[in-house]
Design a protein around this ligand. Structure first.
Ligand SMILES: Nc1ncnc2c1ncn2[C@@H]1O[C@H](COP(=O)(O)OP(=O)(O)O)[C@@H](O)[C@H]1O
Ligand SMILES: [Mg+2]
Length: 374
């Protein structure tokens, strides 16, 4: 039976709701070869929307390649992933590669693994690109070479792009990428990722290579009008009933984080026999917190006492003026100069975020877990 609510992986088809405006802008950019940058916190739906629109616009004349660079730790990790995915996703017959990129492949002895589980591609490959075998520019130029050979355009979508910012020689890598990519006539890019401050420094800082590389699209939250029919229908599919007021409570208690709305709805759905009531809603919220607790423990186990104290201050309603002496004393935050260090480290870990209203815990369910556990 089809699951009425989906979380923890990209959503498509009937599990994908809203986002009409952002989808339309992506569709235009993808079709006309305009570079695009998409930013949002984790699990707001970047991968889902890019795959959905990418699959919609792809044709024989516009190939779409998806690359997830979450696991890339350095420059050549990236080049290997980049070249492997470009090759696999633009040509699924290995024998054809030599026509496409003979010179590129001839210097390597690629290892091919045929997959038996029938995944996205029939095989995977490790190319073994090294600084000895290829210059960065050659690798970065690969999609343009393939596009010309195949007489088509290529859209390259790179997920978890913030990872680039973690490379030791990040700026010079960014410079090389931009230098090559901006001259490619048949290739456009959609670069997307989380870690707001990292993405912002890559794309918004005037002195950085990717400044003004493409149109920046922020992802908005999905409004209540979209959630109500979706959640109600999910319950109805299982012969269960939920009143609108409870749907509103679900959305509000997780601050409209789409992944949590779906997970909370799923837990509530499982806990409900036929009709949702206040008690079930409350119990399911606690289940939601408990189910995520191993993750939260992992996220917080290495925090210093100062960092934990800072989170305590936030939970006590302090969102600004952390430097003021009374607050520092009350919550044991150390010296004035310590404050910026704490804030920076917690932002780096994506545990807190900064807004015009002050500093808040980024994850609404983590916030509830912290209230119960620190
Ligand atoms: N358009 C959408 N409609 C409904 N749920 C969504 C939508 N986008 C995201 N979600 C929910 O959020 C989760 C995370 O989505 P994902 O695309 O993986 O986010 P990101 O790539 O930003 O981390 C999904 O599993 C789903 O539960
Ligand atoms: Mg993602």
């Amino acid at each position: 039976m089809e699951k009425p609510f989906v979380f923890g992986k990209a959503v498509s088809d009937s599990n994908f709701i809203g986002r009409e405006e952002e989808s339309e802008r992506l569709r235009q950019n993808f079709s006309y070869g305009v570079n695009t940058v998409l930013m949002s916190p984790r699990r707001w739906g970047k991968t889902s929307i890019v795959h959905r629109v990418g699959n919609e616009v792809k044709t024989d004349k516009l190939l779409v390649v998806y690359i997830d660079i979450f696991s890339c730790r350095d420059e050549y990790d990236f080049y290997n992933k980049f070249a492997e995915q470009i090759l696999i996703q633009t040509e699924n017959r290995f024998e054809k590669w030599k026509d496409l990129a003979f010179d590129f492949i001839a210097r390597l002895s690629p290892k091919i693994n045929y997959s038996v589980d029938g995944g996205l591609n029939e095989y995977s490959v490790s190319l073994g690109i090294t600084p000895k075998s290829h210059k960065p520019e050659e690798v970065l130029q690969l999609p343009q070479i393939i596009a010309q050979k195949k007489n088509c355009d290529i859209l390259v979508c790179i997920d978890e792009f913030q990872q680039i910012g973690e490379f030791t020689n990040s700026l010079s890598v960014q410079k090389r990428m931009r230098g090559v990519w901006q001259l490619q006539e048949n290739v456009s890019y959609c670069l997307y990722g989380s870690k707001k401050h990292m993405m912002e420094s890559i794309f918004l800082e005037k002195t950085y290579p990717f400044y003004k590389f493409g149109e920046i699209i922020p992802l908005k939250l999905i409004p209540i009008e979209k959630w109500i029919p979706y959640i109600r229908k999910g319950f109805e599919m299982g012969g269960k009933l939920i009143e609108n007021k409870y749907i509103i409570q679900i959305c509000e208690s997780v601050e409209y984080n789409p992944s949590y709305v779906q997970q909370y709805s799923w837990i509530l759905f499982s806990n409900t026999k036929d009709t949702v009531d206040e008690h079930l809603l409350k119990r399911s919220l606690q289940d939601l917190i408990d189910e995520n607790s191993p993750l939260f423990m992992h996220q917080t186990e290495s925090l210093t006492t100062f960092q934990l104290n800072f989170l305590r201050a936030i939970l006590n309603g302090i969102h600004t003026n952390f430097g003021c002496a009374e607050i520092r004393e009350q919550f044991h935050l150390g010296s004035y100069s310590n404050i910026n260090r704490i804030i920076k480290s917690l932002i780096d870990k994506e545990l807190i975020s900064d807004s015009d209203r002050g500093i808040f815990v980024s994850d609404p369910v983590l916030c509830k877990w912290l209230e119960q556990n620190i």
